[in-house]
Design a binder for this molecule. Structure first.
Ligand code: DWN
Length: 390
């Protein structure tokens, strides 16, 4: 593994701190990014045990954003029309934002975070509150194999990818497919979105690396969609190599070409990226220092914010508080930086002169919601694709 970027000592991104624990020392780990010259996979070097991150206190809920709900709804329609599955499994079903577009008789979820599994179960769905692995997959396919396995923003969180893909391969029916959706490395590198890396994101996949990994399991990508979620993601349609029901679409070669042209197979691309990240840090700090006497708040206490703020040494002296809609985060404090999270209220110009966009990936949705604040001269700070005031 060749190292290319050191993002410093970081706390666990989704471990929001309770007020009573503010005096305690947080556990931190070294966030270093590396490139595997053999299969071109980009990953973090020090992984954290899954039980420390994905447990009954996991605070992130997919249903908090209209963008995500719409994206899931549209995909569900497409799956029903195009693939007509009799049995679907969602790995990482979170609070049911995708699953609830289906008949509960046709779909089951896998969600190790018990607080989220409980929410999805309450909606009437069967959920295995366990980590996805070979043992669980055997239990699920006891009666029938799976026509569609769907997983959004989850597989890149699982350290042992051999077990994931091995279990998926064995679970698919003859016509069965895997639909995998994750932030695209190409967009991440182009947008200098270094905050896509934190303890939970073990990998950010490129198509080139994913293809190399899948190859080892006799799996192949047969279609790719570029989608807008999470700052630009790829939705990969994957099948067993001996499944001849689906032809390989031109989109696959097109995506590979785009990535090769940008140089995602070369280490030098990541060295350039690391230099841009260092410059981005300086520029963001410059902005915060320039407006040190203004009222600044944050919007969207994301896991991504944890990386940016801790890496750039921005804390509760720079940002008074964050607004967030997620019940599990409210009245807690951002890890490391100890910035308080308050229950979301529509922005007013009395609230803040500047608003740091933690959830930059939902910029359109947020700007639409905060039209009045913007119309009255309110400003946002973003670091994507480069630090600036908008
Ligand atoms: O992969 C992951 C992604 C999918 O979700 C996880 N590892 C953890 C999490 O990452 P994140 O926290 O960076 O994700 P989001 O989706 O960018 O988080 C958005 C946050 O902003 C949520 O806490 C909800 C909040 N929000 C808000 O307060 N008002 C979001 C919107 C759209 C809003 O209008």
């Amino acid at each position: 593994m060749k190292k290319f970027l050191d993002l410093g000592l970081q706390p666990l991104a989704n471990s929001y701190v309770l007020r009573k624990n503010l005096h305690l020392k947080e556990k931190k780990f070294k966030l270093i990014l590396g490139f595997n010259p053999k299969n071109y996979l980009v990953s973090i070097l020090n992984t954290v045990p899954k039980e420390k991150m994905f447990n009954k206190n996991y605070p992130y809920k997919s249903s908090e954003s209209k963008t995500m709900k719409t994206s899931f709804m549209e995909l569900a329609k497409k799956i029903k029309k195009k693939f007509k599955p009799k049995f679907i499994v969602e790995i990482g079903c979170n609070d049911g934002a995708f699953i609830n577009n289906f008949d509960p008789k046709k779909i089951v979820g896998v969600e190790p975070c018990k607080n989220l599994a409980r929410i999805t179960k309450k909606k009437g769905y069967k959920v295995y509150s366990e980590y996805w692995n070979l043992r669980l997959s055997k239990k699920i396919i006891k009666e029938k194999k799976v026509d569609v396995i769907y997983s959004a923003n989850t597989l890149s969180h699982i350290t042992n990818y051999s077990e994931i893909f091995g279990a998926i391969k064995k679970s698919l029916s003859k016509k069965g497919i895997l639909i995998l959706e994750d932030p695209s490395l190409l967009n991440c590198i182009k947008n200098v979105a270094y905050d896509q890396f934190y303890c939970e994101h073990v990998y950010v996949f490129s198509t080139i690396a994913l293809k190399n990994i899948l190859d080892k399991f006799g799996l192949e990508i047969f279609d790719i969609e570029n989608i807008i979620t999470h700052g630009g993601s790829n939705r990969y349609y994957i099948k067993n190599k001996d499944n001849s029901f689906f032809k390989i679409n031109k989109s696959v070669e097109r995506e590979l070409k785009k990535e090769r042209k940008y140089g995602l197979q070369k280490f030098s691309t990541y060295v350039k990226f690391a230099n841009k990240v260092k410059k981005s840090k300086k520029q963001l700090l410059k902005i915060f220092n320039k407006i040190y006497d203004k009222k600044v708040i944050g919007y969207g206490a994301t896991a991504k914010s944890c990386t940016v703020l801790n890496y750039c040494n921005i804390n509760n002296k720079h940002i008074s508080f964050f607004y967030d809609t997620t019940s599990f985060k409210i009245n807690k404090y951002l890890p490391g930086t100890k910035i308080r999270i308050k229950k979301y209220k529509k922005l007013t110009n009395k609230d803040a002169d500047y608003v740091f966009l933690g959830a930059w990936n939902f910029k359109s949705e947020i700007f639409d919601k905060e039209r009045l604040y913007i119309k009255n001269g309110g400003k946002f700070i973003t670091h994507i694709p480069f630090p600036r005031i908008i």
